[in-house]
Each structure stands twice: as C-alpha cells, then as structure tokens.
Design a protein around this ligand. Structure first.
Ligand SMILES: O=P(O)(O)OC[C@H]1O[C@H](OP(=O)(O)OP(=O)(O)O)[C@H](O)[C@@H]1O
Ligand SMILES: NC(=O)CC[C@H](N)C(=O)O
Ligand code: SF4
Ligand SMILES: [Mg+2]
Length: 490
C-alpha cells in the first residue's frame, strides 16, 4: 500500500476513474465545422486525449484528427478552413481499447463500395477483439487498435445492399455499449445500443438537427433539446427529415449507466431526461440521512464532489465551505519538470484553505474512491491545515468492479474497495469515519424507489458486479486477444 503512495505521480491523472468519450453531429448548417468544434468543447470533460472532426461538402469528406484538446487544435483558421461542408461529426476521446495514439483518434473513416462513411463512438464493445479475429481470418486489415474500428469492417463485410441495413447488420453483432454518430454522403445517423448504456440526445438549431452525448453541448450552440435517442433506436437524418428505426430485438429493461449521474456527465446536463446536478444534490441529501456526522462544516472535494456536498450540507443543516481549492489550470498532460518536484505531492491540483479548516470537525464529500489516491492525499492535507476530525462521505457505493462499457477504470485488483473492507479503507486513508451511499440510496436519488434486483433499472456493475452484457473478450486468454504485434505509440 505504501508503495502505491511512493510510485504515484501526482502530476498524472492515470489513477482515477477516467472519463469516456463525447460525440457530436450536425446536419444542414453552413457553419457545421465551427458548431461541431463548440459542441466538442462542451464535451471536453468526456475525453481529453484527442479530438477529431469529419465534415462532408457535397463532394468530399474532410477529416482533422489531433492528439490533445479541442481548443488547442480546432481554433486554428487553417484547420477550420479545411473542414468544409454543411454537415459534420466529432469526437473527444479517452481511450478504453487501443492506445492513446493518432491512429485510434476518431471519427474513423472508411471508403466503402457504396461511398464514404465516418463514425464516432462513445462506449466500449465487449466482443470487439473476438469479432476482429474472425474478420482478420476473412481478410480484414485493421488500421487501428480501437474496438470501434470493428464496426466499420462489419459494415464492409455485410451482404446487405444499403448502408443503413449494413450498419444494422453490423450493430446486431455487437456486445457492449455504444452511442454512435455516423456521417455518409447523404445522411447523419445516430444510434444507441439496445440497453442504452451511454447517452445520446437530439437537438434542433434553427431547423438543423444536432446529435450530442449531453445537453450541455446543445446549450453551447443555442440548440433546442428535442428528446433523448431511445435505447436501441437509430435515427437517420437527411434532406428528407428524420426517420426513426428500432431495428434491434426489443429489451424491456434498459440499463443506462448510473455513474453518468455520479461523476461523468456535466452537472448542467440532463442525460436520459434527468438533470445531473439535481441527482447529485439528492445523492448528498440521501448520504446525510444514511450516514450523518457530528461536525462543524461540510467541505467538497472539487470538482465532482461539490453538488453532493451542497445536498449533504443542506440536509444536515451544516455550513458548506470551500475548504479545498482546486487549481483549474492543471491539465491532464502536465509533465513534472523533475523527479523531486514530482514527489512533492498533490498540491498541484488541490490546496487546503486553512482559514476554513483550522480547529474544525470536517465532513469531506467526494463522489467516489477508486484507488484511494485522492482521498489519502486530501485527508492528509486537511489534517495538516488544522482540521480536528475528518469524516469522509462518498456519494456512491464502494467501487468494487471495473467498467467494460466505456470508462477506463483500473483493473479490479487496483480498486481499493475490492481489496479492503470499509473499516480497512478508513484506516488506510486515515479518517475518523468513512461511509458510502447505499445502492438503494443512489437509486432513490435518480428517482426510483430503490434498486429492483430482478430487473435493475440502470447499469451499476462497477458497484454490484452485475454486468448487463456478456464480457466475451475479457473471458478469453489475454495473449490470444492481443490486437496488434506492432509496438503501440502513446
Ligand atoms: O480514488 P482515486 O483513484 O484517487 O480516484 C477518485 C477520484 O477521482 C475522481 O476525481 P478527478 O480528480 O479525476 O476529477 P474531478 O476533478 O472531476 O473530481 C473522483 O472524483 C475522485 O475524486
Ligand atoms: N471512452 C470511450 O467511449 C472510448 C471509445 C472507444 N472504445 C475508444 O477507445 O476509442
Ligand atoms: S460499469 Fe459502472 S461506469 Fe461502467 S457503464 Fe456500468 S455503471 Fe457505468
Ligand atoms: Mg474528484
């Protein structure tokens, strides 16, 4: 355990639950590329490794894919000038399968017999490598190592005649999670997997249809929210308007990712028609009822612990104070100049606000504990700033299992809650008390009576181990499933 502390580089964010991806698309607007850029900027929290945009100008597709942030790459005039056309799609990436390297940056593009097609994928496929092995035997040559490329090969191999039918054919073979946007010469296509694990919303900007992972990406361009794309729905947008298909076997029990509400989605977004900020506040209220603490004030661990801390403070009738201040200029790619500086500690990102903490009994609220790196450092910092007692409250149940659906969690053995009891975790992070929200409390916060154990209303596998799809690739021996023998960059 102490090794974890010594080897952890506080300048890297690799220890945490990392974000997933954001997708965006617009059809029929003269400023398509600029609007996709703005949409991706609003979705930057879903992936900071890389971003890409593909547009179509009536004759040709244009593709720009770059490592790094949207603002660093898509504000250059030359780049924007190349992205001609009145329709486009975009992607912000946090890799789940395949290295963080240029060849895996999306949107992916392919020239099919019937024309060009670009695609951006949020989610992760749990049988992609198994399908890949079969496709390779049939002659496919993969250009990337991401799971998403499998979809393009399945489309290319389909014996169906039309693109939409080929895509349906491809999607029918997938296991796992996907929210997709696709762009052909005539169509913008959006699709969600039958369980609806990942979010996708439909918007309207003065008659131009918009697709986006979250509503905050509609807000930034002033688009009107129309509705969620339904689990298992495919929408086809063309000059003729919008057509909705439900091509997959109907599932009666969708399983939207409950962790979108806890951590990933932006609090000003509504996903699956529920406002994220409201859920996070209710989570805090539930937590205050389930695990009250005798304390003087409530302090959030910024950023994502903040709304739950507000809810906790209001329900417990305790003052809410910013006892920890976050530096907003800490990028995820910041490289420590020297080894000695690297080991200086977490203060690069968070610093204790001594004036608020000295002599106080503090309730610290964070959304989750993954490896425990953040909690360990924050608690130490709060104690050094004079806090008399520290009571940690976590706005979700213990994270005991990895995600295979688009969130880059560490492997199970590295998750603190899979190795330790709550009491052991409390000793490890050195708090006076530690409590997690119950799974039923979390379901109540999202508007349910509790978890229906027969038919759970959400995916909650990282808390329960109840995976809603098979994990075909994961169940195979690692060596067989290796995607490439070429050393990967990144
Ligand atoms: O137990 P750990 O492995 O440290 O991971 C858990 C932490 O990681 C996330 O925060 P992060 O700093 O990634 O992002 P945030 O600023 O949005 O809260 C999460 O909100 C926890 O604070
Ligand atoms: N986080 C995501 O949604 C990633 C999408 C895809 N699986 C990739 O690795 O590129
Ligand atoms: S395992 Fe957790 S993070 Fe992954 S989709 Fe399910 S609820 Fe979301
Ligand atoms: Mg955090």
């Amino acid at each position: 355990m102490s090794d974890d502390m010594l080897t952890t580089n506080p300048f890297e964010d690799g220890d945490h639950l990392r974000e997933e991806c954001g997708v965006f698309g617009i059809f029929g607007h003269s400023d398509a590329a600029a609007l996709v850029t703005l949409g991706l900027h609003a979705l930057q929290h879903r992936g900071q490794e890389a971003a890409g945009i593909v547009t179509f100008d009536g004759k040709q597709f244009h593709s720009e894919r770059h490592m790094g942030l949207v603002g660093d790459n898509f504000t250059k005039q030359a780049v924007m000038n190349r992205l001609q056309g009145d329709r486009g799609i975009g992607h912000t990436r946090y890799s789940t399968t395949g290295a963080s390297a240029l060849r895996n940056v999306q949107p992916l593009y392919a020239d099919f017999a019937g024309g060009g097609f670009a695609m951006a994928h949020n989610g992760n496929l749990t049988n992609a490598l198994t399908l890949q092995k079969d496709l390779q035997r049939r002659g496919s040559i993969f250009q990337s190592t991401s799971d998403s490329e499998t979809i393009l090969h399945l489309i290319a191999m389909s014996s169906q005649k039309h693109l939409v039918d080929k895509l349906i054919d491809a999607l029918t073979q997938l296991e796992g999670a996907y929210a997709l946007v696709g762009l052909s010469e005539k169509k913008l296509i959006g699709a969600r997997d039958p369980l609806g694990v990942r979010p996708l919303v439909l918007g309207d900007l003065h008659g131009a249809y918009v697709l986006a992972s979250e509503t905050c990406a509609l807000d930034i361009i002033g688009a009107r929210f129309v509705r969620d794309i339904e689990p298992g729905e495919m929408v086809i947008i063309s000059n003729e308007g919008l057509e909705s298909l439900h091509p997959f076997e109907k599932r009666n029990h969708p399983r939207f990712c409950i962790f979108e509400y806890v951590y990933f989605a932006r609090p000003d977004s509504s996903v699956n028609s529920v406002n994220v900020y409201g859920v996070r506040k209710r989570i805090g209220e539930e937590l205050a009822r389930e695990a009250p603490a005798d304390a003087d004030l409530v302090v959030p661990v910024p950023d994502s612990g903040t709304p739950a801390a507000i809810g906790f403070a209001q329900a417990a009738n305790l003052p809410f104070e910013l006892g920890i201040i976050r530096n907003h200029y800490v990028g995820r790619t910041f490289i420590a100049p020297t080894d000695s500086i690297r080991h200086m500690g977490v203060k690069l990102k968070h610093n204790a606000n001594r004036a608020m903490l000295d002599g106080k009994r503090v309730v610290l609220v964070d959304d989750s504990i993954v490896r425990g790196t953040t909690s360990l450092k924050i608690v130490q910092m709060v104690r050094e700033a004079g806090a008399r007692e520290v009571h940690m409250r976590i706005a979700s149940p213990p994270t005991t299992n990895s995600c295979f659906y688009g969130v880059d969690t560490p492997e199970k053995t590295k998750l603190l809650a899979s190795r330790m009891s709550i009491e052991e975790m409390a000793n490890y992070i050195k708090v006076d008390s530690l409590a997690f929200l119950s799974i039923d409390g979390l379901y109540r916060a999202v508007g349910q009576y509790g978890r229906d154990n027969e038919h759970p209303q959400f995916c909650d596998a990282c808390f329960t181990g109840d995976y809603p799809t098979s994990l075909t690739d994961h169940d195979q021996p690692t060596e067989i499933m290796k995607a490439t023998r070429l050393a990967e960059a990144g």
